[in-house]
Design a protein around this ligand. Structure first.
Ligand code: C5P
Length: 231
């Protein structure tokens, strides 16, 4: 099976921090840029054949420095205005490599482990994608018009979606192209595009360690965690 990987890293990451700190995927954790950890996880995985990374045009030098010496060819493409569009552009760039399946991953999830990548690959079928999830552990509240509780949402059967999300390559590329043609541009993950297109998506076990670094505080905690591991 020819396995391709898309890593989306073209966001500006405004939520992560103060002006001047730069996009979060290039912030340093454990002595390396966030995205370097992500790239190493996939470049070092024996089942991965091709990797395409969506980057922001302003980050070209940062990306080249972060990807230097990985010992694997990578395709870099300029991303778009949304995560969805960045993903589509990277899928288009991979089409010439004719992968059978593709894993789509957030560049800002650096703690991805080989076993999770395997579970996603193994969970994909001819007619179904695979999605790593963790069960929701907090009790969920719905807010009313003011800051008072309107009700409690049962968490039974609810899961938080992670990446990498895996799909038959042509089916997810077609779903992306159809979503774009339909003027739908606000999907926040690829499983929701697959669901919209009528593809079945199977749940596989994610990992609580596979966090998405979204806020400035996430970067600080990730750096501390890697520092502690190194000792
Ligand atoms: O903005 P959000 O936290 O959802 O971003 C998730 C991932 O999508 C990040 O790795 C970010 O770099 C990427 N992204 C992108 N192109 C955009 C917006 C986000 O590749 N226009």
């Amino acid at each position: 099976v020819r396995v391709a990987v898309v890593i989306v890293a073209a966001g500006r990451g405004e939520r992560a921090g103060q002006a001047g700190e730069g996009p979060k995927q290039y912030r340093m954790i454990g002595g390396k840029p966030v995205i370097r950890h992500t790239l190493e996880a996939f470049a070092g995985h024996g089942r991965v054949d091709a990797i395409a990374v969506a980057i922001h045009p302003d980050d070209t030098a940062l990306f080249e420095a972060a990807a230097d010496g990985l010992g694997r060819d990578m395709i870099s493409v300029h991303g778009g205005a949304s995560r969805q569009e960045s993903t589509r552009l990277a899928l288009v760039a991979l089409a010439g490599h004719a992968p059978e399946i593709v894993l789509i991953h957030d560049g800002v999830r650096p703690f991805i482990e080989a076993g999770l990548v395997d579970r996603v690959i193994d969970g994909i079928a001819d007619d179904a994608g695979a999605l790593p999830v963790v069960a929701v552990s907090d009790t969920l509240k719905k807010r009313g018009d003011d800051m008072y509780v309107e009700g409690t949402v049962s968490r039974a059967g609810l899961y938080a979606a992670q990446t990498p999300q895996g799909f038959p390559f042509q089916a997810i590329l077609d779903a992306h192209e159809n979503a774009r043609r339909s003027g739908l541009g606000n999907f926040t993950d690829d499983a929701s595009i697959a669901e919209w297109a009528g593809m079945r998506v199977r749940l596989v076990e994610g990992s609580p360690d596979n966090v998405k670094l979204t806020w400035g505080r996430d970067i600080v905690l990730a750096d501390q965690r890697l520092g502690a591991n190194a000792m």
